[in-house]
Design a protein around this ligand. Structure first.
Ligand code: NAP
Length: 304
């Protein structure tokens, strides 16, 4: 049977790789390309530059729809760091907010199911863990992502927003994971200064693909889901658990307060996610941090 097409923006990013690995068996993946080319197999590519109009994407959606099957669009591309967004707020808005709005207009025109990847950083003011109704952005990045969510759901009400937590996941050929960067520093003999007072509910990236798949299977539309893992953990504790499983000397991990380090933009100390909606409506159990780290450790041993 011919597979349905799924257009993935941000295909070359850290999350993009896991999404392609996990969703390729179910969909014909069309990678949205900005600058880099994916260094892994995809069925097709399409140019996507969120700073401008998206004529190639429009043509592709028009052709697929005419052939009887509008593609699913999974929008993971973004200016994705707080630092970059604080340094270039115009780019953040153009790409993250306005770019998502342009993409949503195309999705609406051709009735393509649209998933928008957002962030746990849209929370932070108030009392964690946060439910989906409690968003309040505080930085350029989180504002641009929240505006993207609102634009997507007002232009194309069927859009599904996935507010994802700090991601841990398999290494990608083009974007090293957060844990891999820590591993490299440790092996070079550098101490890691990790916040003991910044809490997150890290999500295992392949689980995000499972959320997409299950939402499609259940025919969900027009919903926002918090997509985090089951563990609320500080960045320092995450480091300690990684140290145990990946064989790092624990004395190289130094606990520090986030107040002691100058960082660009306001960062919430705790944006832990309440994932009960996801568990109840999608019936998914999310991967605990230790299980994710164990899978990483196994992959890394195999790669040596
Ligand atoms: N990583 C996390 O812990 C985390 C946590 C929560 C939410 N998120 C969200 O998850 C998504 C994926 O994050 P990530 O860590 O995979 O990001 P990433 O590794 O920084 O990748 C960003 C992707 O966006 C593409 N991109 C950047 N500017 C673009 C533009 N103007 N037009 C089209 N594509 C553009 C990049 O393509 P090029 O490389 O070719 O420019 C790249 O494929 C983002 O929406 C991010 O906000 C990430």
């Amino acid at each position: 049977m011919k597979q349905r097409s799924l257009i993935l923006t941000g295909a070359t990013g850290f999350l993009g790789y896991s999404l392609i690995q996990e969703l390729s068996p179910s969909f014909r993946i069309i990678a949205g390309i900005h600058v880099r080319q994916p260094r892994y197999p995809v069925s097709e590519t399409v140019a996507v530059d969120l700073e401008g109009d998206l004529p190639d994407l429009d043509r592709l959606c028009a052709a697929s729809t005419k052939a009887g099957s509008p593609p699913i669009i999974l929008h993971a591309a973004a200016v994705s760091t707080v630092r970059e967004c604080e340094e270039n707020p115009i780019l953040a808005r153009t790409v993250n907010s306005d770019g998502t709005a342009r993409l949503a207009a195309i999705a609406a025109r051709y009735e393509c199911p649209l998933f928008v990847i957002s962030t746990d950083l849209v929370y932070g003011a108030g009392r964690p863990p946060f439910s989906e109704s409690e968003a309040m952005a505080t930085s350029v990045y989180s504002r641009s992502k929240l505006e993207a969510e609102v634009a997507a759901q007002s232009i194309h009400p069927a859009s599904i927003v996935l507010r994802c937590a700090l991601m841990i996941g398999p290494d990608t050929p083009s974007a090293p994971s957060h844990i891999r960067k820590m591993d490299r520093s440790i092996r070079q003999g550098t101490a890691l200064h990790l916040f003991f007072d910044e809490f997150r509910t890290p999500v295992w990236t392949p689980d995000i693909a499972r959320v997409v798949l299950r939402s499609i299977e259940l025919g969900i539309t027009g919903r926002i889901y918090n997509v985090g893992g089951p563990d609320r953990i500080s960045r320092y504790d995450l480091g300690l658990r990684a140290a145990r499983l990946l064989g790092w000397p624990p004395e190289r991990l130094v606990p520090v307060s986030s107040d002691s380090v100058a960082q660009p933009g306001p960062r919430p100390k705790d944006c832990s996610l309440d994932i009960s909606r996801l568990k109840v409506e999608l019936g998914l159990d999310m991967t605990p941090v230790d299980a994710g780290l164990q899978m990483l450790a196994r992959d890394w041993k195999r790669d040596v």
